[in-house]
Design a protein around this ligand. Structure first.
Ligand code: NAP
Length: 493
């Protein structure tokens, strides 16, 4: 089989926050997998930066332990872990100070004057309050140059004003073409396949509008609680933590017009147009919730209030909302979004629910369902088309639902490793492809739509409704659909 791995250019990748959770759980495993796949040049360098005063040797040991923890199979199956670790350096820098930057500059192979084709990238896996200072220190210490790339993680602000301030701070040292805002949902195989499904097949486009689609449901359900992130989460809530970024991105890719070409700005222009077409949401079209304490199969766990250590918290761990897109394609087809913690199971999916046939010639049956296209992002990425079929055998014309399963694991990826989203996104940064990263105006437009909704809650002193852990959310969320004669998809693993 011809290898589908296209090696990337040689690079120096600096990971700020290298001792942190995200770096150890996602970034180093992603890099290690790309190293194993030989996509990374053998001498690409990774330079970890954090305040902790650890020796390079001990830092490598820390990375090794975490790789053994988070990707044990890969470590077991390959004998080149030491080669990977040898390419890792560590420099202790408190980014508020001026110590250590000269060492970092020395460790980098590329600078302004050289033309050695070594891509230089800085991954800021740190608290967003440090983004601005790191960007300006990189400039002040002549470490970043005009081709350097900077990668930042959500949250991209907490409202439109802070997002604008953050973007302005980054732009004092980097141009927009150098900034890569990661939303790891965009790196998922199925999310990209959604674009291929829509824009590389003539089959769907004539149906992809309000004439044929009754409604769309976008669900990002988690079965875990706030898990030690209580302090951060209580200031954020589901709307800021999930809707503003992940759900908004999924909505954009589902609703956008076909871009003229698969080019970063062509795609991102269409996404911005969707966000700008979102109509204001009435408070009656939103349900907010907070999970209660649970005891599921003897496994006792605290309530949202206990987890965030704030008995008066008014922050939502669940949100469901009906969103209307005010444009020709989607007028009359609502998008229902929901996301929450401590729900029945972990499940992210987009469900496209088509309209019923205009006239039914078969006897009325409880098995009759409108066609639906279910795009499952996690777990078990796949696309299912639910159609009606005749139940086999004698006994009259009985209808049953038949599912056409486009399981990528079986059909497309049977010879390939399925990559984690971070693997793809980091390699895209090295390639210089911004298509799967959010642009400044996209982030700001999303906040501009969301800010009035959150302001409305504050003004009304709105209290989220309690819901059982392990359920599908507050009963009022069911009513949000019922009153429109619709129902949510089951939250299934
Ligand atoms: P974390 O575990 O708290 O790690 C923070 C890192 O920053 C540590 O390596 C810390 O190391 C370093 N650091 C803190 N202050 C510093 C300073 N003044 N100078 C230099 N280094 C400093 O955080 P995280 O969970 O990895 O998250 C990192 C970023 O990713 C955050 O913006 C978070 O919101 C975002 N994010 C995280 C996840 C996730 O799953 N964890 C998911 C999505 C987004 P020292 O203490 O040694 O300095």
């Amino acid at each position: 089989m011809v290898s589908r791995i296209i090696p990337v250019d040689n690079f120096d990748l600096v990971v700020f926050g290298a001792t942190g959770d995200l770096a150890m759980r996602k970034i180093f495993p992603a890099l290690y997998h790309r190293f194993i796949a030989q996509q990374m040049p053998a001498d690409a360098r990774i330079i970890g930066v954090a305040r902790s005063d650890v020796s390079e040797e001990n830092f490598r040991k820390l990375v090794q332990e975490n790789l053994q923890k988070f990707c044990p199979q890969s470590v077991k199956q390959h004998d080149n872990l030491q080669d990977f670790l040898n390419n890792i350096q560590y420099i202790s820098i408190d980014v508020h100070g001026d110590k250590g930057w000269a060492l970092l500059q020395k460790a980098m192979r590329a600078d302004d004057d050289t033309d050695n084709n070594i891509v230089q990238a800085f991954y800021l896996s740190v608290n967003p309050s440090l983004f601005g200072i790191i960007a300006s220190k990189l400039k002040q210490h002549h470490i970043a140059h005009k081709q350097s790339r900077i990668i930042i993680e959500k949250p991209f602000g907490t409202d439109a004003a802070s997002a604008k301030a953050l973007n302005a701070a980054l732009r004092t040292s980097f141009s927009e073409q150098q900034i890569y805002r990661i939303d790891h949902y965009l790196g998922k195989e199925t999310v990209q396949n959604l674009m291929v499904l829509r824009f590389a097949n003539a089959l769907w486009e004539p149906l992809w509008n309000s004439t044929h689609i009754d409604h769309v449901q976008i669900t990002v359900a988690e079965n875990i609680g706030v898990q030690g992130r209580g302090e951060y989460y209580d200031k954020s809530g589901a709307m800021r933590d999930m809707v503003q970024n992940h759900l908004m991105q999924l909505l954009c890719l589902t609703a956008m017009e076909p871009p003229s070409r698969f080019h970063p700005d062509a795609v991102r222009n269409e996404k911005v147009k969707v966000i700008e077409s979102l109509e204001p949401v009435a408070q009656t079209d939103i349900v907010r919730g907070q999970y209660l304490a649970s005891n599921i199969n003897g496994d006792a766990d605290g309530s949202y209030h206990q987890h965030v250590n704030n008995p008066d918290s008014m922050t939502e761990s669940y949100i469901a909302m009906k969103v209307n897109i005010g444009n020709w394609r989607w007028a009359g087809t609502p998008f229902y979004l929901r996301t929450g913690k401590k729900l029945r199971s972990r499940c992210s999916e987009i469900a496209i629910i088509f309209r019923e046939p205009p006239h039914m010639i078969f006897p009325k049956s409880s098995h009759q369902r409108a066609n639906s296209l279910i795009i499952r992002l996690q777990p078990n990425e796949k696309i299912d088309l639910h159609t009606m079929a005749k139940e086999a055998g004698l006994g009259g014309m009985r209808l049953t639902e038949a599912v056409l399963n486009m399981n990528f694991q079986d059909t497309i990826n049977n010879q390939l490793d399925v990559q984690d989203a971070y693997e793809r996104l980091i390699m895209d940064v090295i390639r210089g492809s911004q298509t799967l990263f959010m642009r400044d105006d996209e982030v700001e437009a999303a906040w501009e739509w969301i800010d009035p909704i959150i302001d409305g809650w504050h003004k009304a002193n709105h209290r989220p409704l309690p819901y059982e852990a392990g359920s599908a959310g507050p009963d009022d969320a069911l009513m949000l659909m019922h009153r429109d004669g619709r129902r949510w998809q089951e939250i299934e693993p």
